[in-house]
Structures are given as structure tokens and as C-alpha cells.
Design a protein around this ligand. Structure first.
Ligand SMILES: Cc1cc2nc3c(=O)[nH]c(=O)nc-3n(C[C@H](O)[C@H](O)[C@H](O)COP(=O)(O)OP(=O)(O)OC[C@H]3O[C@@H](n4cnc5c(N)ncnc54)[C@H](O)[C@@H]3O)c2cc1C
Ligand SMILES: CC(=O)[C@@H](O)[C@H](O)COP(=O)(O)O
Length: 651
């Protein structure tokens, strides 16, 4: 799909940019993984550059400019949509419980105890005075984000919710496209506005900072809303809306993307807000929620140019993204459409983090799956070998997309060298064979470094569901004994047929259901049957592992049509297992869109097993990269590679 400007992220920032760019004549598409998860819904909507005590000069200028843009900006949006944003320049009172020593530093007006009571009756008894910020105010951010989305839709902006950008494809300082769960998208220009999740796409030092919030309601018997100004306390803020609801926020928690409200978080908010304004204790508690602020190390946003000519940054707005939306949209539209970079942008350039380590946060994709000299330096934008996301199976994340086995090698040394050369991080081990010290498996458990390699115990040799369940439990114990306490993986094989080694679909489903209930991450080996694959996904399997051809046959990708259907429909990783005979077949399976491969015989039985392991590693990576890059369409006729216009004709 082609569009002029493609925006990754449909929160307040992505939408504000989309609307501004569209109004300046650009064709805009917004891709959003999940509209409801945007921090824009979770915020309090304070427009508070003064109350927030912003010390950084450029940030204060940016915030003030945005605040002054607000009335006209929301006016335009309201006119476009006929909807109300709840913009309310109500002023902010910031009560304090200790008198400050120096009044001249503050941008606000000092109110003594008697005066602050006139501004706001009913404050807690420990309040000794406070500041009045007449120019600060609020917007109903939940209304605003909906208004922005309606405005975008009424202007003809394509807003695609449920589209997850999985990788940004880059070539020589140009973004070539984005890989998503709905295919490839291309545009002339791209904007990264993925909020707290930006670090999953590019190695930016943006991390989530969780905030919990709650809503109270003024009792019906109270005639007039008792609060008409935002109260910005020392540990809590109280934001009254015109409809009688009262927003209370917010915790500031460094817990990664841990979801949900907690008893401690809500208790903290309730304690502080009832201390600041005691009558709130009688108000009804209507709702609680949480969100993730996109935080940066210096708490300033990342705006403007990037390392790629056609990628603009609009992320890291931390506590002030609602406030900064209009100015972000304006400055970035000036930059992209009119090529007029505002000098202010230089303070928010990505390069200030050149030497900052990228935060290691839960669910981060470091975008590197090869053994290349991965460098976490922020400036190193992903090159070809770094555009992929990691492979996530169950609770584990892997860089390598090739899994191998341990059987059929001529010696233990050859096996060790091959596993090493394959770069794999997952090795499957037949529990029964190890337990019985079957030929070729003596001392196997001790021969690999299980500190580096994740064991995938398999139930090879089991003919029924019951046997497989029993062996899976043994496998879990085996992994524990080898130091992998949290290893709950099992490669489920239920194979009653000794000639073709084809798995029993009914027994596999039955065993999978039981093992999932027991807390296993189940990776079932199956025939390439799309319906079975779906059923296994529905019962909670961690992957599906359809066969390319019978185990050990080396026949190659015989089941590609069905594997393609499985890939198309699967929400869990699809690992093509068994029958791959050569690197070209491995690449072919990855080009189809498989998430990973399991290859054993083709490596172990090659004349030079370690060299073949290395070839398989390269083929797996090449196939994956080709898949991410988008193959050219096949054409019926030739089409000249060099331009056909401007050729010299003979007179
Ligand atoms: C509790 C709380 C209170 C706050 N209070 C205020 C306040 O009073 N005033 C203020 O100015 N600011 C406030 N903020 C901050 C403000 O909400 C944020 O700075 C702002 O919403 C960030 O906007 P954004 O568009 O960058 O990110 P978000 O609003 O988080 O939107 C990002 C969007 O990108 C999508 N996305 C992410 N990754 C991908 C991907 N790979 N592919 C496709 N889509 C993707 C997400 O699904 C999401 O919808 C608060 C924030 C919180 C959490
Ligand atoms: C080791 C293992 O689990 C094999 O059963 C797997 O199915 C790989 O098959 P190939 O040996 O054909 O690669």
C-alpha cells in the first residue's frame, strides 16, 4: 500500500500530526496497534507548564507555545467535528503544606492561607497557602482523543486500528517500508509516534512510566460543582470536569509494562486526595485505570529529524503529551511539508542520547537477531541485519530463528561444534533417550552449556497422549536439574506410526490441552493441517510446528500450500519442523513467513555437519530478511530493467 505519510501510532501525538498534515494537503495513513492502550486516554488532561515547574528553558518555551496554540487548535477540531473537547482554561491552584522560602522564583502568584481559601474552600487543614497559575488549565483528554480521531476520519485520513508495526525496514538512510501483521506498508515519509512502545521499533531510550488514576463523582445532592479549578497538590492532583466527575492522579511507577491497578496505587491516591480536599471521602468512586507515559532519560520529548531522511520522530512526551500535542503537530508539519525546521527543535533532537544506554525494559525488541556486533548505541539505527523483531515463545524471547536437535551426529564433539555454528538458542532433546542413555545420548545432557542454550524437551518415542503427558512432566524435571528452573517448554510429539513418523492429530490435541492446563508452553509437532493448527492455538499452545516432510526424510518443503495457510491464520509463532534437507529449502520456508525452523537430520547427516549448520543459520536469516523485505511480484512478461525513455534513435 502506498501513501504520502505514514504515522506509526494513533495516540494523541500521532493523531494531532495526522490532522495537521492532512490540513496542509498531505495524504496520511495512521497505523495503530491498539487505540485504547494509548496514554492519551489514561491522562488527566492538565495543561500545566507552570504547575509542572518545568525548569528546562527550551521545554518551557515549547510548552508555553503549545498552551497558547490550544484555544485555536481545539476550536478548529470542534468546528470540524461538531464535538466538544472539554477545553477549560480554568487555572490551577497548587496548595502547599509548608511555606516556601523564596517567592520570586515561581511563575505563579503566591496565595496566603486566607486567600487560598477564597480561591478554593474546603482544603485540608495542613494547607498553609499555595500558588495560583492563572494561565494553566485543562482539556478533557478522553474527549480530545476521540475528537481527534473523528476529525481524522472526517478529513479522509486512513486510520487503521489493530495494525501492529513489527519492523521498520531501512536501507541506506531511507525507510523502505514497515512490516506489519497486515502486510507491508510503504510511504514517502514516516513518523514514529508509538509512545511508550517506540523502543520496540527503534533503539530509542524511551521507557514506559506507569501512572494509575481514578475518577470520583460529585454526589447528586450537591447543587453546584464545588471544585472549579485544578488542584495541583504535592503528591496528587485533582482535576474537576464540568460534568461533575473528578479525576485524581497519578502514581509514577517504574514497573515496565506491568498492567492493572494495584491496591497500593489506589490507596496512595485516595489517601493523598482526601487529605488535600477532605470532602472527596464521601464522593463515589466510579472508575480506575492506568496508562504508560513515554519517558526519556532527560524527561524531554524526541522530536524532528532522525537518522533516516524520510523518518521523523514524535515520541517521548512523558508527562506532557496532551499539552504538547498542538505544538508537536505544528512544528513537525513545518518540518515535513515546508522543510522549515523551527530552531527550537534542535533541543529535542534524538542525537542528544548518542551515548545513553537503551533501557532494557520488559517486552523490548532490540531488533537484532544475528550474531553481528550488536551495538546498543542509540545512534546505530538498524541496518539490514537488525530490522527484525525477536522471536517470542511463551515467556521467552530469542534472537535466533533456527532450532536444532541432538540426534544422528557421529560424535559428541561434532554435535557441539554444529550447535555452536548454527547460532541456535533452542535445542530439542528427546527426554526418553536421555533418560535411558540410549546410544548416542550418553552424557548428552552434560555436554551442552545450558546456561546459554534453552532446552526444548521433546516427547519423541511416545505413541499416545498419556505417554506424552508423562514424558513432558519428566522433561520439565530434567530441565530443572540442568538449572533451567523456569523452563516449562515441551515439544509435543505423539507418533504412533513408525514408518512415516506422522503425528496423531487427535492424541496431540488431547495431550496439548492437558499440558497447557498444567502450565506448559506447548510446541506441538503436527502434520501441516490448518484446522488442527487453529485448534491447538485455541487451546493455548505456544507455537505450532507443522512438518515440511516426514522426519529425517530430507525431502524439503512438500507441504508449502498448507503451511502458507497456517501462517496466514496463526497468531502464535509457526515453526516449520522436520524434512528440511538443504539451506535453500530452509530459506524457502522462511520466505513463506515461517517464524522459525527446526532442523536436525540435514545438519547432523551432512558430510561437514558444522559447516552445514552455519549454512542453515545463514539461510534461515536470509529467508527471514527476504520475507520482511517483500518479494517483487511475478510478472508474465519481461520488463526492461533500465529506463526505456530517452533512448537515442538513429536518424
Ligand atoms: C496517568 C497519566 C497521566 C497523564 N497526565 C497528563 C496530563 O495531565 N497532561 C499531559 O499533557 N500529559 C499527561 N500524560 C502524558 C500523555 O498522556 C502522554 O505524553 C501522551 O498521551 C503521549 O502520546 P503519544 O501519542 O506519544 O502516545 P500514546 O498516547 O501512548 O499512543 C501511542 C499509540 O501507538 C500505538 N503503537 C505503539 N506501538 C505500535 C506499533 N508497533 N505499531 C502500531 N501502533 C503502535 C499504541 O497502540 C498507542 O495507541 C499522562 C499520562 C499518563 C499515563
Ligand atoms: C529432533 C527433532 O525434533 C526431529 O524430530 C525434528 O522433527 C527434526 O526433523 P529433521 O531431522 O527432519 O530435521
Amino acid at each position: 500500500m502506498n501513501t504520502d505519510i505514514l504515522i506509526i501510532g494513533g495516540g494523541i501525538i500521532g493523531l494531532a500530526c495526522a490532522v495537521e498534515l492532512k490540513l496542509r494537503g498531505e495524504n496520511v495513513t495512521v497505523l495503530c496497534r491498539n487505540f485504547t492502550e494509548a496514554a492519551g486516554h489514561a491522562a488527566a488532561g492538565m495543561l500545566a507548564p507552570d504547575a509542572e515547574n518545568i525548569a528546562h528553558e527550551a521545554m518551557l518555551t515549547l510548552s508555553k507555545r503549545s498552551l497558547y496554540l490550544y484555544p485555536e487548535w481545539v476550536g478548529k477540531l470542534e468546528e470540524l467535528t461538531g464535538l466538544n473537547t472539554g477545553y477549560w482554561p480554568c487555572g490551577i491552584v497548587a496548595p502547599v503544606s509548608q511555606k516556601p522560602s523564596n517567592h520570586s522564583q515561581s511563575p505563579g502568584y503566591w496565595l496566603d492561607k486566607a486567600t487560598i481559601e477564597q480561591y478554593q474552600q474546603g482544603l485540608g487543614s495542613d494547607i498553609v497557602g499555595g500558588w495560583w497559575y492563572a494561565e494553566n488549565g485543562q482539556v478533557n483528554n478522553q474527549a480530545l482523543i476521540q475528537v481527534l480521531r473523528s476529525a481524522a476520519e472526517s478529513l479522509g485520513i486512513e486510520f487503521q486500528d489493530g495494525v501492529n508495526v513489527e519492523a521498520i525496514l531501512q536501507q541506506q538512510s531511507q525507510i523502505m517500508g514497515v512490516q506489519t501483521n497486515k502486510g507491508l506498508f510503504h510511504a514517502g515519509h514516516y513518523i514514529l509516534a508509538a509512545g511508550a512502545w517506540s523502543n520496540q521499533l527503534l533503539p530509542l531510550p524511551v521507557r514506559p512510566c506507569k501512572g494509575q488514576m481514578l475518577r470520583l463523582r460529585v454526589p447528586g445532592i450537591v447543587q453546584e460543582i464545588p471544585l472549579t479549578r485544578v488542584l495541583y497538590g504535592e503528591n496528587v492532583y485533582i482535576v474537576p470536569r464540568k460534568d461533575g466527575s473528578i479525576i485524581v492522579g497519578a502514581t509514577v511507577e517504574e514497573v515496565g509494562f506491568t498492567p492493572n491497578n494495584t491496591a497500593a496505587g489506589i490507596q496512595n491516591l485516595l489517601n493523598h486526595c482526601t487529605r488535600l480536599y477532605p470532602s472527596l471521602a464521601d464522593y463515589s468512586l466510579e472508575e480506575m485505570w492506568w496508562g504508560f507515559r513515554p519517558a526519556t532519560p532527560d524527561e524531554l520529548p524526541i522530536l524532528g529529524e532522525s537518522y533516516c531522511q524520510n523518518l521523523t520522530m514524535a515520541t517521548g512526551h512523558y508527562r506532557n503529551g496532551v499539552l504538547l500535542a498542538p505544538v508537536t503537530a505544528k512544528l513537525l508539519a513545518d518540518l515535513i511539508v515546508s522543510q522549515k525546521p523551527d530552531p527550537l527543535l534542535s533541543h529535542f533532537h534524538y542525537s542528544r542520547f548518542e551515548h545513553s544506554p537503551v533501557p532494557n525494559i520488559p517486552f523490548t525488541h532490540s531488533a537484532n537477531f544475528t550474531d553481528s556486533k550488536a551495538n546498543n548505541s542509540y545512534l546505530k539505527f538498524p541496518e539490514f541485519n537488525q530490522i527484525d523483531s525477536e522471536l517470542k515463545i511463551g515467556h521467552k524471547v530469542f534472537h535466533s530463528r533456527l532450532m536444532t536437535g541432538t540426534g544422528k551426529y557421529r560424535s559428541m564433539g561434532e554435535m557441539q561444534a554444529s550447535i555452536n555454528a548454527s547460532g541456535c538458542q533452542i535445542v530439542t532433546v528427546a527426554v526418553r533417550r536421555v533418560q535411558t542413555n540410549a546410544p548416542g545420548h550418553e552424557g548428552l545432557a552434560e555436554s551442552l552449556d545450558w546456561g546459554k542454550i534453552w532446552m526444548l524437551p521433546n516427547t519423541a518415542g511416545c505413541q499416545t497422549a498419556q505417554e506424552a503427558i508423562r514424558v513432558a512432566r519428566l522433561g520439565r524435571e530434567m530441565a530443572k536439574l540442568l538449572g533451567q528452573e523456569d523452563n516449562n517448554f515441551v515439544k509435543l510429539e505423539v507418533i504412533p506410526d513408525p514408518k512415516y513418523l506422522l503425528p496423531d492429530p487427535i492424541g496431540t490435541l488431547e495431550a496439548a490441552e492437558q499440558l497447557v492446563k498444567e502450565g506448559f508452553a506447548v510446541l506441538p509437532y503436527i502434520n501441516a493441517d490448518p484446522i488442527l493448527a487453529k485448534r491447538l492455538e485455541e487451546v493455548g499452545c505456544a507455537t505450532v510446528m507443522p512438518l515440511a516432510a516426514p522426519i529425517g526424510s530430507g525431502q524439503g518443503l512438500k507441504t508449502s500450500a498448507n503451511i502458507q495457510i497456517i501462517i496466514e491464520n496463526s497468531k502464535i509463532p509457526v515453526v516449520v519442523d522436520a524434512g528440511i534437507g538443504s539451506p535453500s529449502e530452509a530459506a524457502q520456508a522462511m520466505e513463506l513467513g515461517a517464524d522459525a525452523l527446526l532442523i536436525n537430520s540435514a545438519i547432523a547427516l551432512a558430510q561437514n555437519a558444522p559447516a552445514m549448520a552455519y549454512a542453515m543459520k545463514l539461510a534461515t536469516a536470509a529467508g527471514r530478511m527476504a520475507y520482511l523485505s517483500g518479494r517483487m511480484p511475478i510478472k508474465e512478461y519481461a520488463s526492461a530493467s533500465s529506463p526505456t525513455t530517452g533512448t537515442i534513435t538513429s536518424l
